[in-house]
Design a protein around this ligand. Structure first.
Ligand SMILES: [Zn+2]
Length: 341
């Protein structure tokens, strides 16, 4: 290698270190067909137009959609820029569980959409499925179809299912099935039960969604689901919501004051340490706490694109100056293992 080659190789290595290879585990694409269906509806969930903009309404929450929310090429361009080689693609919300008797058909439509997109870009995307919850049978039927027929790699489980939390008895077969098959459940926020409390100052996205996942995850732990299913691969995005920050108090309430501890054998924090966290919290300190809490093997890079730019999250991770081996796990290695890529 001559001097010029050495210099070029050195520059390439520096560039790779500055922009490491990534797998993005939380990234959403809205289905144009699904949005067109929602535009024909009068009651939530529905879609309406106002001037050039489209709004999706879930419950009473109106969110403006951007053209990029249905644009695969725009997503690929963002991935290329951020050196994201693969992305776990999912719909955002509303999910199929909000459509009553039509929920199995909606789940099939949405999962077919994700699977079709993956099929068109098989080296760039893998899919996370959503499920109907009108009955245990239709939930498990679609689980099977999504994994075995469509090749999906995980299930997007909403923080609440049309107002009910997933630790209730009728949803329990999902956890058993996910553990048996080794398929990760990704606990994603949905229209929150705290909507009324958070709408006034437009804090539904900032706090409402985060507390919904916090409560959902706390309930899953306290219901003993992680005690009963120790091999369950459960992912809580947004660095665990607020739960890691509050877990000392949750431990004290359960173990010292003996409140609600009848289904668990260990402190709640020990179960929480067996959950995977994603990195969608644009503040380095929060990501560092998540990293220290679950360790370098259970933190996975995610962006929540198109709501959040991947480079924003990567910039916060870079501030941590983690050991390169840990950074490589967080950016890609952990996701490869978790989703069996
Ligand atoms: Zn998201």
């Amino acid at each position: 290698m001559n001097r010029r080659e050495l210099l070029t190789a050195g520059l390439a290595a520096t560039a790779a270190a500055a922009n490491p290879v990534k797998i993005d585990c939380q990234s959403h694409l809205f289905s144009a067909e699904f949005l067109a269906l929602l535009e024909k509806r009068q009651t939530a969930p529905y879609v309406y137009r106002k001037g050039p903009d489209r709004f999706v309404v879930v419950g009473q929450w109106h969110r403006k959609l951007m053209p990029s929310h249905t644009d695969v090429q725009a997503k690929l361009a963002v991935m290329n820029k951020a050196n994201i080689t693969m992305t776990a693609l999912s719909i955002n919300d509303p999910g199929p569980e909000l459509f009553g008797k039509d929920s199995p058909a909606m789940a099939r439509l949405l999962n077919d959409f994700i699977a079709d997109t993956v099929r068109q870009h098989p080296t760039r995307f893998f899919g996370l499925a959503t499920l109907p919850f009108d009955s245990a049978k239709s939930m498990l039927d679609e689980f099977d179809r999504a994994i075995n027929r469509l090749g999906m790699k995980g299930i997007l489980l909403y923080s609440n299912l049309n107002g009910r939390f997933s630790d209730e008895d009728e949803f329990r077969p999902l956890f058993a099935e996910a553990e048996r098959r080794g398929i990760p459940l990704f606990l994603h926020p949905a229209y929150p039960l705290t909507y009324e409390a958070t709408k006034g100052r437009e804090m539904t996205g900032g706090l409402g969604l985060m507390f919904d996942t916090t409560i959902a995850l706390g309930r899953i732990i306290m219901a003993g689901i992680l005690e009963q299913h120790p091999k369950l691969k459960l992912v809580c995005p947004h660095v665990g919501g607020a739960l890691p920050y509050l877990i000392g108090r949750v431990d004290h309430q359960a173990m010292v004051l003996k409140r609600g501890a009848e289904n668990i054998k260990r402190p709640p924090s020990e179960y929480l340490q067996n959950v995977w966290f994603d990195t969608v919290s644009p503040r380095a300190q929060a990501i560092r706490y998540g990293y220290e809490f679950v360790g370098p093997d259970r933190l996975i890079f995610s962006s929540d694109h198109p709501w959040v730019e991947p480079e924003l999250i990567a910039g916060e991770i870079a501030k941590l100056k983690l050991p390169p081996a840990d950074e490589a796990k967080i950016y890609a290695g952990n996701a490869r293992k978790l989703f069996n890529l």
